[in-house]
Design a protein around this ligand. Structure first.
Ligand SMILES: [Zn+2]
Length: 56
């Protein structure tokens, strides 16, 4: 069994746990590929933050 690095898309942190130690959200495996998952989620987070700021 190989220890796989997992990623919490909610907190944007890497962990080896199947659930995020911070928010207990189910972690996903960041698949390396054409796109960097960090950049993708970073962009999403920026958009999300903007939306929150607009609402509040
Ligand atoms: Zn989390």
């Amino acid at each position: 069994m190989t220890k796989e690095i997992l990623f919490c898309k909610k907190c944007h942190i890497y962990t080896l746990e199947k659930a995020c130690p911070k928010c207990n959200e189910k972690t996903i495996s960041p698949k390396p590929g054409k796109y960097s998952p960090i950049d993708k989620y970073g962009a999403y987070r920026r958009i999300h933050k903007k939306q929150i700021l607009k609402i509040t």
